[in-house]
Design a protein around this ligand. Structure first.
Ligand SMILES: NC(=O)c1ccc[n+]([C@@H]2O[C@H](COP(=O)([O-])OP(=O)(O)OC[C@H]3O[C@@H](n4cnc5c(N)ncnc54)[C@H](O)[C@@H]3O)[C@@H](O)[C@H]2O)c1
Length: 246
């Protein structure tokens, strides 16, 4: 197994869904995990699950798109778990609006949380990764940015931005020991998916005839977070059951 002993990881949006599964898998592999979420109760539940299995975690209530809250959460994370070497920018939202109904307010909120959030949280941790000469940044994007998707112009644009951010930072930090990759999930059964789709109906449209499981994203993230993935950067590791081939 690819172990992460001695590393500290931050998972934004770790209070449920893909983020929760990712926090649990990283902790099982030995990382000390800071579970950040807007929903402090969800974050606490994830951290308790990790600790009850004998691993290390803290819960941090935090809006991962708010600069002041990010600064405070980063300081608490460092104080309790040490310097951060693995960052998973997972927190994200979605909603559906035909383009003619899409408001500027909805567009701005989507970009703020899904794209500016990862920018801000990454800025908070890059200096210590540069100082350590080691870092793993994994951004959760979306297959919607690869395929396009109706009624999701704002969401697909935000996630396309995440893929561009990934590639830009990968080139900027390639010789600094920091890798930056993205994982675009395709139809994973989480509360977010259920906001817009019936999982059974989704399953019927998928090549594998099922939706993905959050753990299946988490294992891809854990690989990209590992020392074994040191020569992998700027990549898009699509975990989508064959829905779309890069
Ligand atoms: N489920 C899918 O099929 C799917 C597909 C493609 C991409 N994704 C992406 O995967 C990521 C996780 O999705 P999920 O399905 O687990 O969603 P989810 O809604 O089930 O969980 C998201 C978590 O993020 C938290 N969150 C939202 N905004 C936040 C903020 N500003 N600050 C801190 N925490 C915040 C929520 O409270 C929640 O706990 C998202 O970025 C999403 O866009 C999911």
């Amino acid at each position: 197994m690819m172990l992460l002993n001695g590393r500290t990881a931050v998972v934004t949006g770790g209070g449920r869904g893909i983020g929760r599964a990712t926090a649990i898998v990283l902790a099982e592999r030995g990382a000390a995990v800071a579970v950040w979420d807007l929903d402090a109760t969800g974050a606490q539940e994830t951290a308790e699950t990790i600790k009850s299995a004998g691993h290390t975690a803290i819960a941090v209530g935090c809006d991962a798109s708010d600069p002041e809250q990010i600064t405070a959460a980063a300081e608490r994370t460092r104080a309790e778990l040490g310097s951060v070497g693995i960052l998973v920018n997972n927190a994200g939202i979605t909603n559906y609006a035909p383009f003619t109904d899409l408001t500027e307010e909805s567009w701005d909120r989507m970009i703020q949380i899904n794209l500016k959030g990862p920018f801000l949280v990454t800025k908070a941790f890059v200096p210590e990764m540069l100082a350590a000469g080691h870092g793993r940044i994994i951004n959760i994007s979306s297959s919607s940015a690869q395929t396009g998707a109706p009624a999701l112009a704002h969401y697909a644009a935000s996630k396309g931005g995440v893929i561009g951010l990934t590639k830009a930072l990968a080139t900027e930090f390639a010789d600094k020991g920091i890798t930056v990759n993205n994982v675009p999930p395709g139809f994973v059964d989480t509360p977010l998916l259920r906001q817009g789709f019936d999982p059974a109906a989704v399953a019927a449209t998928m090549p594998m005839k099922r939706a993905g499981r959050p753990e299946e994203i988490a294992h891809a993230v854990a690989y990209l977070a590992s020392d074994e993935a040191a020569y992998v950067t700027g990549q898009t590791l699509s975990v989508n059951g064959g829905r779309y081939f890069v």
